[in-house]
Design a binder for this molecule. Structure first.
Ligand code: SF4
Ligand code: SF4
Length: 99
């Protein structure tokens, strides 16, 4: 299937850890979940498309009926759920040393 023009849900909903020009990496995350990528233009297209600075993860993401749904709102909702489901668990206290 083709990517829906004016959607950009996958450039907004998920967090991205790969470096993105203009977005500082904080705690291993360059683009936090729910924050529009700074590289989106006014038409919600990627300004880095076809350029080497574009994270490989962006180029590898393919539109699918499950992810993209029938509307931008559906895609944002699905990707938001996915983000929640794949978030690393907070680290617990360290294990006690062996006796
Ligand atoms: S969620 Fe799907 S339709 Fe929307 S921008 Fe991403 S690939 Fe394109
Ligand atoms: S670099 Fe481009 S494809 Fe990747 S999240 Fe940003 S706008 Fe989207």
């Amino acid at each position: 299937m083709d990517c829906r023009p004016g959607c950009a849900a996958c450039c907004i909903a998920p967090s991205i850890s790969s470096p993105i020009p203009g977005m500082p990496v904080v705690n291993g995350i360059s683009k936090p979940a729910g924050v529009p990528c700074i590289q989106l233009d006014e038409q919600l297209r990627c300004k880095l498309f076809g350029r080497p600075e574009r994270p490989a993860v962006c180029g590898s993401l393919m539109p699918t009926p499950e992810m993209c749904g029938n509307s931008r709102a559906q895609a944002l909702r699905f990707l938001g759920w996915l983000e929640q489901d794949t978030k690393p668990e907070p680290m617990g206290p360290p294990a006690p040393p062996p006796a």
